[in-house]
Design a binder for this molecule. Structure first.
Ligand code: THG
Length: 609
């Protein structure tokens, strides 16, 4: 089943997933022999080979109470997890068998009026890539083998569930995307994250950050939450998703928060209680797919079947705010009042201090400089570790593995090197911005960078530069922006809201006749772009406007220039957050002089320095 087919079904009915696999295997009192020996005791996924009847029995139990979708017994069947039992090389086989078993039983219960589906369960593994437990590539490859087994075994859907770390999600999605491209096919994908009792994912991720990061992926059809708590504790997060997510919402709670009874997890939520909450989520909030996680039995799930039979899907009204995100929290690409402030100081070419820290390889102090900018009011950070004579790949790896978890602000990856951009994106759990693309070498840069943005779910900055150089007039800036826009959207399938235009400015203080109109052209181009592409965003590296002037003049000119750019619709500004002044703090004379410089209304002969 494709994502589109799943969406069509969800237009007309609520779908019901099954309940706990582990809990219901345990109820069968399986012996070590059933698991294939003492060494494999507790490896539920191995049962698909050693005692397939046990898995089949769980599926039957749920299909008998009327579920639409059963999940394969493959939650821990990646090589990463199976390796703990010495079964890493059996991953493909186990996943394929798990899928075949589920496929067979689902088909048995299918009727022409009502098909039953098999969803390939993919768990979080036992490793957290954001904590360095495993490299992105290794995790992606392990997931890819699981996907291969599940799809070859005949699943209709892939469900990546109980996700703890967004970087783990990205590795799994990269695996699926590569697999779909290689096979020239696709199956519907559901991603479900786990929100712990403290209100965030295990890594500290807020629900808004998770939605922002996963939302750009076209292959993900449905997004939701499962595990950790009962339905009641999920209320605020379910509400958030239903009010904000463009993708249909999935909810699969435990039978309550587990209580420890003599070393055993004990789940106490009654079927009545589950029904009460889930009914509310479906009818009032507009949840589309419901099911049960740990501790839920066929008794619980029969209540969900009843809800689905009694209820038509609610037309949900949501409003999604295009944003970017760190592993922890998200930042909208337009703020009121504007602008979104992008801190410029984590740039080896733009800050003497950052350059020195890079040369000293004092990566931890680089994190401190990032944190300082957050205190100064930055919302996003530009990050550039390019420095002549240094290995930029090595530096970006070292920096990203720290910035990913130690910097709470979303990052803008500022590099001209494609491999550097990819290495950065592979180490970033959130939704980044890639800085930047342009048409200097024709389409080449778009061809290389935009697929990376799609693969890792990033936004991108487009500079108004083409084969003839940096555009100078408003018309030319607009023309280049439009050319990039059309290519990015039509050819590379980027979304309008993931595109940020930078109309660039030459320095205004050179006194050079050629650049007298640089400021006004840059500002006017912002207006034209905003009008033509209202769903996209605009950005300026503001400090560029004042290169060559003395430091005080720079701060004043940057502040005034920023003011007028914002008036023309600028959304984001790369600045030194600490140095930007509100207009009222600048004396009348200074303000007037800057205005004349920016709008070329000069009553004096040369630009004052
Ligand atoms: N557009 C986009 N990205 C960009 C730029 C842009 N990235 C880089 C740059 N331009 C924006 N960042 C800076 C950072 C620092 C300075 C200017 C622009 C700067 N630094 C001081 C100097 O060089 O004189 C040094 C400050 C210090 O050492 O502390 O001016 O336009 N998309």
């Amino acid at each position: 089943m494709t994502g589109k087919e799943l969406l069509e079904i969800l237009e007309n009915r609520i779908l019901v997933f099954d309940g706990a696999t582990g809990t219901n295997l345990q109820l069968q009192d399986l012996t070590a022999a059933d698991f294939g020996g003492e060494a494999f005791l507790g490896c539920n996924e191995y049962l698909n080979l050693t005692k397939p009847d046990a898995t089949e029995k769980v599926h039957r139990g749920f299909l008998e109470v009327g579920v639409d979708i059963i999940e394969t017994n493959s939650f821990g069947a990646t090589s990463v997890v199976l390796g703990e039992y010495g079964l890493a090389d059996k991953s493909y086989e186990i996943n394929k068998r798990a899928a075949e078993i589920a496929r067979k039983v689902a088909d048995e219960f299918s009727t022409p009026e009502r098909r039953r589906y098999a969803a390939g369960s993919m768990g979080p593994t036992t490793k957290l890539p954001s904590l360095g437990h495993i490299e992105f590539d290794a995790m992606r490859d392990s997931y890819k083998e699981q996907v291969k087994g599940l799809v070859d075994g005949g699943v209709d859907i892939l469900v990546l569930e109980t996700c703890q770390d967004l970087l783990q999600v990205k590795a799994a999605l990269a695996a699926m995307q590569e697999f779909f491209e290689e096979r020239k096919m696709e199956v519907a994908v559901i991603v479900s994250i786990t929100i712990e009792t403290m209100g965030t994912m295990l890594m500290g991720t807020e629900i808004s950050a998770a939605l922002t990061t996963i939302e750009p992926y076209d292959i993900v059809t449905v997004f939701g939450i499962n595990c950790a708590t009962g339905p009641k504790e999920m209320e605020e997060n379910v509400r958030y998703l239903c009010e904000n997510s463009p993708k249909p919402v999935f909810v699969m709670p435990n039978a309550g928060i587990p209580e420890n009874v003599g070393g055993q997890a004990c789940y106490r939520l009654t079927p009545d209680e589950l029904e009460f909450w889930m009914k509310r989520y479906v009818t009032e909030f507009g949840v589309s797919i419901i099911g049960g996680c740990c501790g839920t039995t066929p008794d619980h799930i029969s209540r969900l079947v009843r809800i689905a039979a009694e209820t038509k899907p609610k037309k949900r009204e949501f409003s999604y705010t295009p944003s970017v995100s760190s592993i922890y929290s998200s930042v909208a690409l337009h703020l009121d009042p504007p602008p979104v402030i992008v801190g410029e100081r984590c740039n080896a070419n733009g800050s003497k201090k950052f350059k020195e820290l890079l040369l000293a390889e004092d990566y931890d102090a680089m994190v401190q400089l990032a944190k300082e900018q957050m205190k100064e009011g930055a919302h996003i950070l530009d990050l550039c570790v390019a420095y002549v004579g240094r290995d930029e790949i090595r530096d970006i790896k070292e920096v990203m593995k720290r910035f990913n978890t130690q910097v709470a602000l979303p990052l803008m990856i500022d590099s001209t090197e494609y491999p550097v951009i990819e290495e950065a994106l592979k180490r970033y759990a959130g939704k980044a911005i890639v800085n930047s693309i342009n048409l200097e070498d024709g389409e080449e840069r778009l061809r290389r960078v935009l697929p990376l943005c799609k693969k890792y779910g990033a936004a991108v900055i487009a500079l108004t530069i083409d084969e003839t150089g940096m555009a100078k007039t408003r018309e030319k800036k607009f023309e280049v922006a439009k050319r990039i826009h059309d290519l990015a959207i039509d050819k590379y399938r980027l979304r309008e809201e993931d595109l940020i235009f930078d109309t660039l400015t030459f320095t205004l203080g050179s006194g050079d006749e050629e650049f007298r109109k640089a400021g006004i052209e840059t500002i006017e181009a912002i207006k034209m772009i905003k009008q033509a592409f209202p769903k996209s965003y605009t950005l300026l590296g503001v400090s560029n406007a004042s290169f060559g002037l003395n430091i005080h003049t720079r701060n004043v000119l940057n502040s005034v220039f920023l003011h007028y750019a914002i008036e023309s619709g600028l959304d984001l500004a790369i600045v030194n957050a600490q140095k930007i002044m509100p207009l009222y703090k600048i004396d009348e004379h200074g303000r007037e002089l800057c205005k004349e410089l920016i709008f070329d209304e000069r009553k004096f002969e040369t630009a004052g320095n």
